[in-house]
Design a protein around this ligand. Structure first.
Ligand code: NDP
Length: 498
């Protein structure tokens, strides 16, 4: 990759294997677009199955014979801290590349870049405090249990928050001494490629982090079906996750799946309505509405519904859509053309299903030729509609009205997903009821999107299997080993001596 000194994108993104850019031109090439202009900004050289195999072989060698898994934890930690500092020093450049390629507003990307650096330091600390167990209860024996790195990981990440999500996967994997092959989305390779390059300027041994780029159906499938992989950690859509898990399971490889959501945001009648309104708008429209943890089903108690819904619609109409580089922009373009069409298709479907259009609903040409869409609000007559059951993954809020908190909880649970649930209420009793009864991995009460890195994050039901978090990541990315020694030579029955 040509290294940009500023946020200028490279001409071409290719694989990074064994500590170096591959530097070959063969096979399929894809255009990388700027979603704000719909214009190409770089080319992506797709890794075919042979190149993916090479990446896995390099990761395998780095694991089986390289220094990384055997390194003193303090030295490994030093490298992760150097990576943290280097990424931080290049935060502006990385943020600009991310905005250019993913269309996420700049102010929002800054938080994600900070998250990327926090992921490195956080998992360095977690790995350095990893503990084992020992057992002395059996007379004459000492048994101890150690955690060892599991091996070579296939890491697959989506396009909606490339740096934050790819760094989460990489940091939680390599901190425990594993090596990996990372495949980001074909739509958003730019900032992640630069991140991987910067990581290698900090003393990361070659082969510990390898990068392959390309379409999920080619590069992604080749990666998850590689025999040299020991585990798969995947962040993406539920249907893809199901295929990835089936492929890993066929070879008895464990998989960690962070998948989609259709989360309820319950606005109870006793909520601080100003804050609930701000929180509900942020919950659905931040990151251009493209977030797994979006509060995309907004459930409003009937007594406050008319007022809340009309104010929500009014604020939705006033959201500033535009160039994601501009500090004034609140919602940028969607990531790519076919995704925009898919999201607009859901708006049409929702209207055919009987939803009332309250705001937006169309492509927004006023912001330019990019993949812009008006932030949209729809009022749904029933939770059984496809618009209420399927993940739209765009700036589309579906509002519904409920009477009792029990009904709101039932609506929240009436979903195949279970990633998060939001509640806005002043009542401790309501908070306890929602916390106890909603089947979701995270419950946010009177706050939108507080991602506590120290706590597990992941989904119930179709929202995933496994969790990110200090303990759960350690469990996924390490193997347990039990070793027993006698304190004195134990008596052995002398078989065959007579
Ligand atoms: P996809 O499932 O389409 O893609 C995710 C990744 O998998 C991409 O890198 C994609 O490559 C790759 N991929 C696609 N097909 C295959 C395959 N057959 N084998 C291996 N890899 C494949 O999801 P999106 O990129 O559209 O991301 C959006 C989804 O991610 C949403 O459902 C969202 O909710 C979920 N998500 C979940 C999060 C969580 O923490 N629970 C966080 C963020 C997003 P390519 O794009 O190049 O085709």
């Amino acid at each position: 990759m040509t290294t940009p000194s500023t946020a200028a994108p490279p001409d071409k993104v290719e694989s990074f294997i064994g500590g170096a850019w591959v530097g070959e031109t063969r096979g399929h090439c894809l255009e990388v677009l700027n979603p704000a202009t719909a214009q190409p900004v770089a080319l992506l050289q797709e890794a075919d199955p042979a190149e993916v195999h090479r990446a896995v072989i390099n990761a395998r060698q780095a694991f089986d014979a390289g220094p990384w898994p055997r390194m003193d934890i303090n030295d490994r930690k030093d490298i992760l801290y150097r990576i943290r500092d280097r990424l931080r020093a290049h935060a502006g450049e990385l943020a600009d590349l991310e905005v250019l390629n993913a269309g996420i507003p700049h102010h929002h990307v800054q938080g994600q870049v900070l998250r990327m650096t926090r992921n490195c330091e956080f998992f360095a600390e977690v790995a350095s405090t990893l503990r084992g167990e020992s057992y002395t209860q059996s007379a004459g024996f000492l048994t101890w249990v150690t955690r060892e790195p599991r091996g070579v990981a296939a890491l697959i990440s989506p396009w909606n928050a490339p740096l934050a999500l790819s760094s989460m996967r990489v940091a939680s994997c390599i901190a425990f001494g594993n090596t990996c092959v990372l495949k980001p989305s074909e739509y958003t390779p730019l900032a992640v490629a630069r991140m991987v390059e910067l990581m290698h300027e900090c003393g990361l041994p070659p082969g510990v982090v390898n990068l392959v780029n390309g379409r999920g159906s080619i590069t992604g499938e080749a990666l998850v079906s590689e025999p040299g992989i020991d585990m798969v950690a995947f962040t993406g859509g539920t249907d893809t996750g199901r295929r990835v898990m089936a492929s890993a399971a066929a070879r008895l490889k464990p998989s960690l799946l962070e998948l989609g959501g259709k989360s309820a945001n319950i606005i109870h009648e006793d909520a601080d309505l100003e804050r609930a309104l701000d929180g509900a708008l942020l919950g659905i429209f931040s990151n251009n509405g493209q977030q797994c943890l979006a509060g995309s089903r907004i459930l409003v108690q009937r007594r406050i519904a008319e007022d809340f819904i009309s104010r929500f619609a009014e604020r939705t109409r006033r959201i500033r859509v535009g160039d994601p580089m501009s500090p004034d922009t609140e919602v940028g373009p969607l990531c790519f053309q076919s995704h925009l069409e898919r999201v607009l298709g859901y708006v049409d479907l929702a209207r055919q299903e009987g939803c009332e259009l309250l705001a937006g609903g169309a492509r927004d040409w006023s912001a330019g030729a990019g993949f812009y869409m008006q932030p949209t609000a729809l009022l749904a007559p029933s939770n059984s509609l496809r618009a209420c059951q399927e993940e739209i993954f765009g700036p589309v809020a579906i509002l519904q009205v409920y009477d009792s908190l029990q009904e709101a909880i039932a609506l929240a649970n009436d979903s195949r997903f279970g990633l998060v649930c939001y509640l806005w209420s002043a009542s401790l009793d309501a908070a306890m009821q929602v916390s106890r009864s909603v089947r979701a991995g995270t419950i946010w009460i009177n706050t939108p999107m507080m991602r506590e890195l120290r706590a597990p994050f992941g989904g119930y039901k179709d929202s995933g299997i496994g969790r990110d978090g200090p303990q759960s990541s350690a469990e996924f990315f390490t193997e347990l080993k039990t070793t027993t020694v006698p304190l004195d030579p134990p008596p052995l029955r002398p078989l065959g001596r007579h």
